[in-house]
Design a protein around this ligand. Structure first.
Ligand SMILES: [Zn+2]
Length: 198
């Protein structure tokens, strides 16, 4: 008597598509966070670039406007601090390629939001041919993921992204919990390596 195995059930493509909605939303959230942080530091760099010439101009006035003379030492202290801070931030921005990273994050946010909606259409069954649309989305997703992999997404960012995806889709993590907050807690009461726990 031969041992005949029943055929493996076909994967539920719509269910898999919903998993990819979570993944795409997670990726979008990670790059949105990177974008916001870079924008903040870029503004600090730009503001310091404006503050320095203003302090220098003020220092010139202290020589001939008597009532400003008392503030000369204070202005010099501010100038030293601002110049040092700006120098460090400029070096950091060049070494970390802020401009490139900003451009990449902007594009990654847009691409992730776009593919997320395509996956959602497959998940909701709004496409004419589910297997064909699934295959197209999968090819695009793999290409996007291969680019994002080069950007060194950290374990903490992966948890952050997973939480964003789970919250957006109102799905529980494999640990059985829906994350209570967008950021993984520092000391979770219930730990989870996938979402960071609650
Ligand atoms: Zn979890």
């Amino acid at each position: 008597m031969t041992d005949v195995q029943p055929p493996a059930p076909a994967p539920d493509l719509r269910q898999l598509a919903w998993n990819n909605v979570i993944h795409a939303e997670g990726t979008r959230a990670v790059f949105a966070r990177r974008y916001a942080a870079l924008r903040r530091w870029t503004r600090v760099r730009d503001v310091l670039g404006l503050v320095i010439p203003i302090i220098v101009a003020f220092l010139f006035t202290t020589d001939w406007v008597q009532k400003f003379a008392a503030y000369k030492t204070l202005a010099l202290a501010f100038l030293s601090f601002a110049a040092l801070a700006q120098g460090l931030i400029v070096v950091w921005s060049i070494l970390s390629k802020w401009d490139e990273e900003l451009a990449y994050s902007t594009r990654a946010m847009r691409d992730s939001a776009d593919i997320r909606e395509s996956w959602r259409d497959v998940g909701q069954g709004l496409v004419a041919d589910i297997p064909q649309s699934f295959a197209i989305c999968q090819t695009r997703q793999r290409l996007l993921d291969s680019h994002d992999d080069e950007k060194g997404i950290t374990a903490w960012e992966m948890q952050l992204g997973m939480r964003a995806g789970l919250i957006a889709c109102q799905r529980n993590c494999r640990c059985g919990e829906l994350p209570h907050s967008r950021k993984p807690p520092r000391t979770p009461a219930k730990a989870c390596i996938i979402c960071g726990g609650n």
